[in-house]
Design a protein around this ligand. Structure first.
Ligand code: PLP
Length: 514
């Protein structure tokens, strides 16, 4: 029974929810593919038969109908609305994905992002007609530089990974300008890093050398020192790191990296934990991307939309990509070509993601300096609350140490149960929770990475904690069946995820008649 006294155990639910004729479960609809429901004789629009005409297609003329699915207008509408209801979103419930920062997106942001002066402009419009939009980009750029304590910024990267590419290309250009392109070919990446870090380095021709974290889950200056050499171009370090811990030796690491002639790229995806508390510029960072869509709201997921502006140190500023904002007299312009400049080139077609800029600035201005700082503090407090309330049941890889914005558990506590991290995550779906990030970071066995963010109320956190405690106690009591067969209440049961990834069926073929 749940707190309202309703039966929630899967077995009980199965008793009261027999197999139905339609395949629907209550108002949870089965939705076939549009090609399966569509008919050839239905259409949502009336089109007059064409006047007789002589075809000029000759042998290329279609012999059979094109086969597009025909639906009435209400059927078509329902198809897409039903599909949309299968989405889980931050607007539907808690979304505890660590490393993704799924936070509340205030509706105010959406409202201003849709203002025609921001939403309906075209990147090729004359600058004189978009001065307000350019001013917004400039204000956001200056705010981000102030928050990070850095001296330059490139606004055009369109995601965190794109920002990494931008920052690393600036570093590569700086190294080339020093005449060391042939010798400095190594990028140091801790083994807990997000996969995009080594991928970025490799994509632009660097080789990756792994730096181990210590038993406390952080990278030590000593470990970096051991990996440094005259062949190293840069280190890519995430702070707070992907284990949810602040890299305590970061200042010392920056110093020894600089002394060795290399640059310090910081992955700023976890900036949400330290906005208003610490400035990357004070920590010795040369380049850092900011995932606007993680730190400063914006609905995101499934690869977009996002924006990943990159702040740069004075040393790297000359290598920032074009176009960038400049002034022609009083007027704001986008500088497309800088004569004699050292820009590494153009990173993307236009000037960045306008909609994300508007949302981020709306979020920043409506919070104010004090509100941004409080958001970071609350995000860290929420994560520590969860950690402290689950610590007696679930095991943490790095002991009882406080975390930053995400709480990390491993699977040692499940060892004797025959239940895996995946089984536990699937059981959360039956409880109506999107699972936390699982099996990442890779260095932690059976990792469960929970990031509640600042947006959840205490009541919401408490219900989540009680649910996880209830599940954990059942797992420890040996109720294997509940976990191994989960999810039982979702529209689909356990999928063959490996096969889905390796052999996806991307094309619908009409079943043979009969
Ligand atoms: C999300 C994330 C990235 C990549 O950012 P995208 O905007 O998804 O491209 C890089 N590093 C870390 C640590 C992240 O969490």
């Amino acid at each position: 029974m749940n707190m309202q006294g309703r039966p929630t155990r899967p077995e009980e639910a199965e008793l009261i929810a027999p197999t139905t004729f339609t395949g629907n479960r209550g108002l949870d609809m089965e939705e076939p593919l549009i090609f399966e429901t569509g008919r050839l004789d239905a259409t949502g629009v009336d089109i007059d038969d064409p006047e007789p005409f002589a075809s000029r297609l000759g042998p290329h003329e279609r012999a059979a109908p094109v086969g597009l699915p025909g639906l009435t207008e209400p059927e078509c509408l329902r198809h897409y609305v039903r599909l949309s209801r299968k989405n889980y979103s931050i607007d539907a419930g808690l979304y505890p994905l660590g490393s993704c920062t799924m936070k509340h997106n205030p509706r105010l942001n959406e409202k201003v992002a849709r203002l025609p002066g921001f939403a309906d402009i075209h990147p090729l419009q004359p600058f004189s007609t978009v001065q307000g939009a350019l001013e917004l980009i400039e204000t956001l750029a200056k705010t981000l530089m102030a928050l990070t304590g850095m001296s330059a910024i490139a606004m055009s990267p369109k995601a965190g990974a794109h920002g990494e590419l931008c920052g690393m290309m600036a570093i590569k250009a700086a190294i080339r300008a020093r005449g060391e392109a042939a010798t400095r070919r190594i990028v140091l990446v801790p083994d807990s890093a997000h996969g995009t870090n080594p991928a970025t380095a490799a994509l632009i021709g660097f080789s990756v050398r792994a730096v181990p974290a210590d038993a406390q889950g952080i990278v030590t200056a000593a470990a970096v020192k051991a990996a440094l050499g005259p062949d190293v171009a840069a280190i890519m370090l995430t702070n707070p790191n992907t284990c949810g811990l602040f890299e305590r030796e970061i200042v010392e690491i920056a110093e020894i990296v600089h002394a060795a002639g290399a640059y310090f790229y910081c992955d700023g995806a976890n900036f949400n934990a330290i906005v208003g508390k610490a400035k990357p510029g004070d920590l010795g960072v040369d380049a850092m991307h900011i995932n606007l869509h993680k730190t400063f709201s914006t609905p995101h997921g499934g690869g977009g939309p996002g924006a990943g502006p990159v702040v740069l140190s004075e040393r790297l500023a000359p290598f920032a990509p074009t176009p960038y904002l400049g002034r022609n007299g009083d007027a704001l312009v986008m500088v497309e070509h800088a004569e004699g400049g050292q820009a590494f080139g153009r990173l993307s077609a236009f000037h960045g993601q306008m909609g994300m800029f508007v949302r981020a600035l709306a979020f920043i201005l409506s919070h104010g300096a004090d509100g941004l700082k409080q958001a970071s503090e609350d995000a860290v407090l929420s994560a520590n609350y969860i950690r402290a309330c689950l610590n007696d049941l679930m095991s943490s890889p790095y002991g009882d140490r406080p975390c930053m914005h995400e709480a990390l558990f491993d699977d040692r506590w499940l060892k004797e149960t025959g239940i895996t991290t995946l089984d536990f995550a699937k059981a959360m779906i039956d409880e109506g929770y999107h699972p936390m990030t699982v099996y990442f970071p890779l260095v932690v066995h059976g990792a469960m990475l929970i990031e509640p963010t600042e947006s959840e109320s205490k009541a919401s956190l408490d219900l989540f904690i009680m649910t996880l405690r209830d599940l954990a106690l059942k797992a420890l009591a040996g109720d294997r069946e509940r976990f191994l067969s989960a999810p039982r209440l979702a529209p689909r049961r356990r999928l063959d995820e490996t096969r889905a990834a390796r052999q996806p069926i991307l094309k619908w073929t009409k079943p043979a008649p009969g």
